[in-house]
Design a protein around this ligand. Structure first.
Ligand code: ZN
Length: 196
């Protein structure tokens, strides 16, 4: 399999996932004609963890999970935080990549679609960012904690919305969590920052 084949398959699976989730279609339309952009793969421990221990999917997320696992070795894995901010253990069990967006494997300025993985037993500290985001859970589960909303333990097919600059955190327990995240609004490429 090539990078292009794996990512074309993943983009199709993500589009089907988006169109089947009413929360996602309400949040943002699927971008029109995102254009392929070759990017150098960059590996992180999260890539291997996602292949070996993705957490449990449901019937509707299995196809997307398989496409994500096939694409995992070919993508440009990234992290938003430093060891000083979140610690080494967190960095060794977390990563994300941009499937589509201003800096994605497929370039579009209409939306941003990222994939994030967190291993078991992690606390993702309170953080915020200007674009609004919608988490969709593909496999595993996590407790989502946001200012002004009750905590929620969410699993496959469930979603969590964060308004612009609404501080939020996340905790994984015995399971990891794998998410596809949709972003909309201004400054899509802006990095999140930890809430002071
Ligand atoms: Zn966020």
């Amino acid at each position: 399999m090539t990078q292009r084949t794996a990512l074309d398959t993943l983009l199709r699976a993500a589009k089907a996932w988006h169109s089947a989730l009413p929360d996602a279609t309400r949040f943002c339309p699927w971008p029109e004609n995102p254009s392929w952009q070759p990017r150098q793969p960059h590996t992180l421990p999260a890539s291997d963890l996602l292949c070996r221990a993705p957490g449990t999917p449901n019937a509707k997320s299995t196809a997307l999970l398989e496409a994500l696992q096939s694409a995992a070795p070919f993508v440009d894995w990234r992290q938003s935080y430093t060891v000083e901010e979140v610690g080494r253990h967190f960095l060794d069990h977390y990563g994300w990549f941009e499937l589509a967006g201003p800096e994605g494997h497929f370039v579009t300025h209409e939306a941003r679609i990222t994939v994030g993985y967190w291993g078991p037993g992690l606390f993702y500290p309170r953080h915020q960012h200007k674009p609004a985001e919608l988490y969709t859970i593909v496999s595993g589960r996590a407790t989502f904690q946001s200012d002004g909303a009750p905590d929620a333990l969410l699993g496959p097919g469930q979603t969590r919305y964060h308004a612009p600059n609404q501080p939020h955190a996340m905790t994984t327990h015995e399971d990891p969590v794998l998410t596809v995240v949709f972003w909309r609004g201004d400054e899509l490429a802006e990095r999140p920052r930890l809430t002071q």
